[in-house]
Design a protein around this ligand. Sequence first.
Ligand code: F6R
Length: 261
Amino acid sequence: MEVLIRANAEAGCILGAKIIARVVREKPNAVLGLATGRTPERLYQELIRLHRDEGLDFSRVTSFNLDEYVGLSGEHDQSYRYFMRETLFRHININQARTHVPDGTAADLHAECRAYEEKILAAGGIDLQLLGLGRNGHIGFNEPTGSLRSRTWVKILSEQTLRDNSAVFGSFDQMPRHALSMGIGTILDTRRCLLLAFGPPKARAVEQMIEGPLSAMCPASALQLHPRATVIVDEASAAGLHYTDHYRWIDSHKLDWQKYD
Ligand code: F6R
């Protein structure tokens, strides 16, 4: 795992956007895996700026989002389809027909999950998957103790996740209990992963993901098996790590072509 420690979330998001922009410049028809949540918002703002000020072209990009709440249509202001449209898609020149978010209102949810996997395959697989990190170590909505080889499926949200995300729904009771989410197996099949985690609440999960044992107790630890996973953390979320000197050493001894900034 490549661990990049930056001073704060701002610097981490700018770096993350730079990495994604480089992928899109090198492969204009790249397939991007995208995430929602608070963590990538600043990164998306930076992608919008790069599009507006530097002509970063998304016209041939295809995207697949990680997850969607069951029961929420794309018009619901807490759906992930709505989030993506408002936070990123409508501000850049991506072809909305090539943006994919699982349909949480599908009559047959299992068929929707299978079709989602098939669409990813048909697009040639995901070149770069952006990820956030749950306080309990989840990625996508793959909660602790779930299978480390799971595929896109209906996932039951843990109580911790409901508590973390329910504020925006007004109350715990209004929050959906289920989501469609890419599985850990789906995420491990992507060609590259880029995970962002910032702030003190993520410190424990960051430590378990990077230095803990590979374990379904921390689903993100499965990224230890990924051939090309980059993790961007800030000083606060890196606070529990034991080998920060090592990560900084590696970061400062990169060959020119391995450097990001
Ligand atoms: C979002 C997702 C989740 C979030 C995670 C962190 O699509 O799949 O795994 O990345 O819950 O959420 P934030 O960024 O709000 O702390």
